[in-house]
Every structure is written in C-alpha cells, then in structure tokens.
Design a protein around this ligand. Sequence first.
Ligand SMILES: [Zn+2]
Length: 417
Amino acid sequence: MRAGPSQEDIRRHNLGALLRHVHLGGPISRAELTAKMGLNRSTIMALTSDLTAAGLVREELPRETGRAGRPSLVVRPESSRVYVFAFDVGPDRLAAARVGLGGAILDRRETARRRGPFDLDELAGTLAGFARQMRRKTRPDTVCVGAAAAVSGGVRKDDGVIMFGPNLGAESVPFGEELGRRLGLGLPVSVGNDANLAALAEHSRGVAVGVRDLIYLHGDVGIGGGIITGGHLLGGHDGYGGEVGHMVVNPGGQPCGCGSRGCLEAEVGERALLEAAGRVAARGDTRANALSHDGDGAGRQGRDAVRAVVDAADRGDIVAQEALKRVGGWLGLGVANLVNIFNPEMVIFGGMLREVYLGSAAQVRSRLATNAMGPQRERLRLRTSALADDATLVGAAELAFAHVLADPLEVLARVTG
Ligand SMILES: [Zn+2]
C-alpha cells in the first residue's frame, strides 16, 4: 500500500465529482465524462453504477448518435426523485421551492412579507407549511436530501443564526435551527446570506458560468454583495464578508441605517431612489411624510415602486430620469471602487439593482470611465442577473445540495436508512 488518500477517499471524491458534472451540466455521456474527468472507462462505469444503485442518476441510451458503433450511455440526474427544499427570506417576500437534483425548480410557493420585526414563529411556520404542501404532492419514492435558506442578513457560519439583518428586523435569531425543527425531516437547515448565495447561483447556473472572478450586487431595501475570486466565494474570517452596501461613496451624504453616512446602500438603495424621484418623504421631512401613507398602499415601496420609477423615466418623466441619473452615478462610483480592488471579470446587478442598472447604465459606465483604473476596466463586463428573482432560491438549493455532492453515498444512506 502506498501512502496518501485511501481507495475509499478517492472513490468518494470521484463520485462527488461525477455527480457534480451531472447536476450542473445536465445529461452527459459516459464518453464525455471519461474525457472531462480524466479517468478510464471502467472507472467511470463503476462510479455511474454506484450512483445509479443509490438512485441519484440513471443511464439511458442516447436518442440518436448519427454514428456507427455502440453508443455511449447518457447519465442523467434523477431530478424528479432526489430533491432539496430551498427557502428565501427577503424584506418583502417569503419563498419556498422544491428543487430537483440537476437544478430544476419542481414546485414553489411564495407570499408577500410585511416589513417589520422578525417574527420567528410565524416565518418558520409559514415556510415549513409551504414545504409540507409541496411534499404532500410528491410520489412515495421521492427523497429529500437537504434544506437551505437564503436570508437578507449576516449569518453565523456554524449554526445558521442570523446575527444581523436590519432590513428583516432580525438580530441573533436562531433561524436555521427553528426552521429545521418545524420541517421535521431530520435534516439540518443550512442558512446563507442572500447576496452570497445569489452570486454562487449566477456562477454555477446563471450569467457567470465559467467566470472565476465576479462581483454580484443585490439590491432590495439595502445593498448586499457576493464576491467570487479565483472561483471561490470571499467569506472573510467570520463569514460576513462582501457587505459592500456599507462602503462609503459619498462622505457626509445620506444617513444610513448602520449609523454612518453616504454608504452605497444609503445613496443607491430603494429609499434613495424613491426619495430622489419624489415618491416617498425625504428623510427628516415630516411635512412630506404623509406621502408614504396617503395612497392605495401599493407601489409605494418595494420592487414595484422601483420599476415604476424606471418606467416613468423611460416615458420621459424628467424627475424620474434625474433620480436614476443621481443613483446611477453613486452606483457607478461604488462599482469603480470594487473594480479597482478586486479586478473582476464581471459585475452582476441583481434584485432591484437590475432595474436601476438598466435605467442608469450610461451613468454607471461614465463613472467607471472616470474612476476605475484602465487595465481593470478594459475587459470588464457589466451584466444583469440571468436568474432574476430566482437567484437567491437557486443559490439556497445549491447550498442544500453541497453536502450531497461532497459525499453522495453517505448522504443517501442516511436519508433513506
Ligand atoms: Zn451603512
């Protein structure tokens, strides 16, 4: 015997790697797997047999090869049999999805969330109820292999406690533990920051597949960020890294919820845009306060209100155009700082920043031209999120699948045993 990893370690690693190819890339022939993984045909055959026996993949003859000779079997994920639950807790919505191996959203539930304090009991109850509804509709042979949630806040790595989430009204909330208890599946619930998970989702299934250095900016009430460098998410020492929303872009500017002034979030977030467009009361302006309470109650805040400003600007509304210009300028300055520091290949605008960027791309680019350094700027690509409102849910699903891909057979034995 030679020193190094054991045969069992190698087998576990290879099973995970093969399953990852099938999970992320979809159906793939044994011949392609042989080429991609650099293993011989008999090893690939043994690995696919193990995964097939575990019910994680199945093998089929391809429909038409157009070539003579014996066709290579195609390996497919057992998408309708093996699934995870993914949850998203944002300032304005609660969402749950059943996501099959291979990444397809098989079923989903969503409800609006009223902004205000974090009611753990109600929130976990609602999400667990969604999961129960979806589970009742599944066939008896399906198996849930994991659960994870994306939340708008800072999450402690080890135990899924939301340490800070001002836009959710959450502080030191044991969310993962409570949701796991409510689900009653005997599975832990992993919890991650929504912008971090959305960045991973765009990286694995969205606009940034194959991009190793990217920055994803997520806007809702606040601005969150996910930074992937060299193919890895930048977590920081405690896992709270990437909070780009509190980078100061305008010293002495708008007051921010964090206690500082002129943070990216304070100058570019939903409130900044709606204030600049005259659609909510300016901070400290009590006279105009009635504005936010006078109307139909709908469209005064949230994604619809942001879209309404962008639509109005498109139709030629000067106030809306000026508001977008102002916000776009600060956004461009924030992006310029990030580009100078991290030299990403791509910057992705997600959440409500999707709309804001589409309405202010000229200002963002102009700021970049002025404030980002040439070499970092030249090959930079600015993109909107491809997964749009699903980015956080897709990211949560990938988090839930992560341990399955790390050790496919152990996980399956545990959840079915
Ligand atoms: Zn701040």
